[in-house]
Design a protein around this ligand. Sequence first.
Ligand code: GLY
Ligand code: MN
Length: 490
Amino acid sequence: MPVISAPDAAIRDVVRTIATDPVMLFDSATYSLRRRTLAAKVGSGLVILPGNGGAPANYPSNCYSFRQDSTFRYFFGLGQESLTGIIDADSGREWLLGDDVGIEDIIWTGHVPSVRELAAQAGVENSAPLSALAGMVADARRTGRPIHYLPPYRHDITILLSELLGMSPKETVAAASVPLIKAVVEMRSVKTDAEVDEIERAMHIGYLMHTAAMKACRPGVTEKSIEGLMEGIAMTYGQMVSFRSIVTMHGEIFHGSPSLEKLEAGRLLLVDAGAETVEGYCSDNTRTMPVSGRFSSRQRDIYSIVCDCHDLTIEKARPGLKWMDMHLDVCRLMTERLKDLGLMKGNTDDAVAAGAHAMFLQHGLGHMMGMDVHDMENLGQKYVGFNEEVQPSDQFGTNCLRCGRRLEKGFVMTDEPGIYFIPALIDQWRAEGRCGEFLNWDRIEEYRSFGGIRIEDDILITSDGCRVLGRERIPYRPREVEEFMAASEP
Ligand code: GLY
Ligand code: MN
């Protein structure tokens, strides 16, 4: 078993915090200013921002790793469980609601700051027990004041809101506050320099994870052992992984779970994984590598297309560009190159307009990233990634693009093109005769068991272009990957 050593001084400098206790990233003034800005944008009414509680895995006291709600943390900074923030947008008054723990809990958990102390850390003047929430909401309802909350995604919060607001749990998502959603999206979409620094820390942990995976990748090793290696690094230097790691020889399964299958020479291994810092910011990278350490010529051909699509995004992404247009540009380049390999045919613009490229690229070019790996996805993609100018597509493939609107300075996006050969999709489209004028079925059949390739990096939109995040680049050009793997052989 590889041993993960304690971080040395250089890594500690980059990762900064190795604490297990929740850490506030900024000082209280930053969070106070964010809350005042939010209140001004919402205008009037009562804003309820529930933090998360523990989520039981198999019995109440055995919970999944705790994950704070990102929006609560963005506005209050606190990583502790079972707190709720309240902002009165009219008066400007704020409360932190939570229940102090007694000795019965402290013997299990150690010291926990009081809710009043936590409120002071976050710059919140008032604190009260959670039971105060019902009275606050009832008063607001009685006087006809707007009550703003975000779409709930956890069942306990859904039930709480349904009881407070007198509606069925199913109605709570649709009744969420659009002004609040829009205000939060506006604020969280643009990352400050300090937030980007924090994402850089997550990128560094991601670099350690991915290079460890690339070194460990060889025939006979199981997918799960590579997952374990990477997740150990994420937990050693950060909080945890930013999503369940994808480690699979079946790269054509987008979110394929790692199995106990042993890696086989001649196949590709797709590794899509990221870290989350203890302060709650994410990274998300994908690399695809040859298990034997050398790409076959067929693998190299497909890999080179994905690589060029990835590079096109870095070359072109800039403020003002519609991400939908960037996605379609990548689809056109991919189509051109697949025509060179004889997999596609016909007019490139027509093929992309018909959605024929989605035989090979069935997901979007990339998504926003920040405190959530799919940033703010719980708020609804139509608000996060689209607007009146750019609406979501309903065409297969492009309908999975999570963001289409114009890029702005400070956006952090993933750049993650891929090419996949999905046997069930090949069979279905071929049987339907779908896009037959653009697809060479006999040639596609030759690739039926190819699998899939994705390359993913994270980019910051700057004033005149973009910057790839991460001080160190995980090897990604075919030769870099091969050389790195050769240098890592035991
Ligand atoms: N990296 C996983 C995803 O973007 O869905
Ligand atoms: Mn991603």
